[in-house]
Design a protein around this ligand. Structure first.
Ligand SMILES: CC(=O)SCCNC(=O)CCNC(=O)[C@H](O)C(C)(C)COP(=O)(O)OP(=O)(O)OC[C@H]1O[C@@H](n2cnc3c(N)ncnc32)[C@H](O)[C@@H]1OP(=O)(O)O
Ligand SMILES: O=C([O-])CC(=O)C(=O)O
Length: 385
C-alpha cells in the first residue's frame, strides 16, 4: 500500500516558521526562545517563562513585576461563569468544562480589537483565568464554593490553594511552578498546531485556545498523564506491573507516558520530572506510584525492544502523573493542569501566527487531501434502496 503524507500524521512536514521554541528530537534538546529547558526549570518561574514565550526575551525586574501584576488581575472565577458551571452535571469532564469556558471568558476580554497589543492583553487574561476555571470547577463539582485568589501567591501556589483549599508549602509550590515551566510550550505539537490553524483563519484568541484544549484532551497527547495514573491504579501493586504491561503488548495497546512523535531519545522534560517525582514521593506514604512508574517504563522499554528491535523512551506525561497525584490532584484534572501551563505557549503561538515577524501576508492553513472514496455515483431514490 502506498503511504501518503496524510497517513503519517504529517510527521516531518514543515508547516510554518516559529521563533518560540525548538525541539531537537535526536539529541533530546528543548529550547524556549533559545534558553535550555533545564536552565529555565532551575532558575525561572512560570510567570517569567510565560513572559519569555510571549515577548521573546527575559524580562527585567520591573517588566516581570508589571506582568505578574497583570496576571494576578484575572485570577478570580467570573461570577457569570461560576453560575453557569453550577448548572453542569458534576460528572462533566474537566477538559470539556475548560474547553467550553474559554469562549465564555471572551465576554470579559480586557480588549476588543485584533491588534497585537489587544492580543497580548487577551493572552494574559486567558493565562490568568484558566487556573481559576479549573480550580473553580473542581470545587463546584464537589459541592463547594470556588475560593477567592490570594494576592501574595504565585500562579502555581495560588492554583494549588484554590484547588485544594490549603496554601501549599514553598516546596510544593515550587514543584508545581517547575511542572508549569516544563509544560509551557513544545513547538508544533497537535494542540498548538490546532490553535494556530484556528488563528490562521483570523478567528479570535479565545476560539483558538478552545481548540487547543480540545486537541490536548486526547489520550495520545495531553490526556496521557491521566491515563498513566489510571493504569497505575489499575495495577495497584508493583509486582503486577510486568504482567500488566505484557498484556498491553499482547493486545496491541500503547502504554501511556511512553513514546514520542519527535524525540528519538529521552524527553528532557521527563528526566527533570523523574527527579522531581522521586524527591516528592521518596518520603511519601504513596511512594509505590513512583516505584510502579519506574517499573512500567523499564518493562515497556524491554518489551518494545524485543518486539521492534529499537528503543522507546518516557515522555513528559509519565512522571507528572505521580507528581500531581502526590499534590492532591485527582487524575481527571491532570490534563487541565497541563493545559493551564500550555496556555502560555498556545497564546504565544497564536500571536506569532497572527503577527509574523517580519510581517508576511496572512496564510490560511488548508492542506489537500488524497481522495480515495467513490467516484461519481447515480443517486437512488429512497423508495428504491
Ligand atoms: C504531551 C504529549 O503529547 S507526549 C505523548 C503523550 N502520549 C502518550 O504517552 C501515549 C502513548 N504514546 C503513543 O501513543 C505514541 O508514542 C505517540 C502517539 C506519542 C507517538 O506515536 P508515533 O509517532 O506513532 O511514534 P512512533 O512512530 O515512534 O511509533 C512507532 C511504533 O511504536 C509503537 N508505539 C509508540 N508508542 C508506543 C507505546 N507507548 N506503547 C507501545 N507501542 C508504542 C507504535 O504503535 C508504532 O508501532 P507500529 O510501527 O507497529 O505501528
Ligand atoms: O510535541 C508533541 O508532539 C507532544 C508533546 O510532547 C507536547 O506537546 O508537549
Amino acid at each position: 500500500m502506498t503511504l501518503f503524507v496524510e497517513d503519517t500524521g504529517l510527521r516531518g512536514v514543515k508547516a510554518a516558521t516559529t521563533k518560540i521554541s525548538k525541539v531537537d528530537g535526536q539529541n533530546g534538546i528543548l529550547l524556549y526562545r533559545g534558553y535550555r529547558i533545564e536552565e529555565l526549570a532551575r532558575k525561572s518561574t512560570f510567570e517569567e517563562t510565560a513572559y519569555l514565550l510571549l515577548y521573546g526575551y527575559l524580562p527585567n525586574k520591573e517588566q516581570l513585576e508589571e506582568f505578574s501584576e497583570a496576571v494576578r488581575e484575572y485570577r478570580k472565577l467570573p461570577d457569570d461563569l461560576g453560575s453557569s458551571l453550577k448548572s453542569l452535571s458534576p460528572a462533566t469532564d474537566p477538559m470539556c468544562v475548560l474547553q467550553s469556558s474559554i469562549p465564555a471568558l471572551s465576554a470579559h476580554a480586557p480588549a476588543s480589537g485584533e491588534t497585537k497589543e489587544c492580543n497580548m492583553k487577551k493572552a494574559i487574561h486567558i493565562i490568568s483565568s484558566m487556573p481559576a476555571i479549573i480550580a473553580g470547577w473542581k470545587r463546584i463539582k464537589c459541592g463547594e464554593e470556588p475560593l477567592k485568589p490570594k494576592e501574595e501567591l504565585s500562579t502555581a501556589a495560588n492554583f494549588l490553594y484554590m484547588f485544594n483549599g490549603e496554601v501549599p508549602d514553598d516546596n510544593l509550590a515550587r514543584f508545581m511552578d517547575i511542572a508549569m515551566i516544563l509544560h509551557a510550550d513544545h513547538t508544533f505539537n497537535a494542540s498548538t498546531f490546532a490553535a494556530r490553524v484556528v488563528a490562521s483563519t483570523g478567528a479570535n484568541m479565545y476560539a483558538a485556545l478552545s481548540a487547543g484544549v480540545g486537541a490536548l484532551s486526547g489520550p495520545l497527547h495531553g490526556g496521557a498523564n491521566a491515563q498513566v495514573m489510571r493504569n497505575l491504579i489499575d495495577m495497584n501493586d508493583p509486582d503486577k506491573v510486568e504482567e500488566w504491561v505484557t498484556k498491553q503488548f499482547e493486545r496491541g495497546k500503547r502504554v501511556a507516558g511512553i513514546g514520542h512523535a519527535v524525540y528519538r531519545t529521552t524527553d528532557p522534560r521527563a528526566t527533570i520530572l523523574q527527579e522531581m517525582a522521586y524527591d516528592l514521593l521518596k518520603d511519601h506514604p504513596e511512594f509505590q506510584w513512583y516505584e510502579m512508574t519506574e517499573k512500567m517504563a523499564e518493562v515497556t522499554q524491554k518489551l518494545f525492544y524485543e518486539k521492534k528491535g529499537k528503543a522507546i523512551y518516557p515522555n513528559v506525561d509519565l512522571y507528572s502523573a505521580s507528581i500531581y497525584h502526590a499534590m492532591g490532584i485527582h487524575h481527571d484534572f491532570f490534563p487541565p493542569v497541563f493545559a493551564m501551563a500550555r496556555a502560555a505557549g498556545w497564546t504565544a503561538h497564536v500571536i506569532e501566527e497572527k503577527f509574523p515577524d517580519p510581517p508576511v501576508k496572512p496564510v490560511l492553513y488548508r492542506p489537500s487531501s488524497i481522495y480515495v472514496g467513490e467516484e461519481i455515483r447515480e443517486y437512488t431514490d429512497i423508495s428504491k434502496r
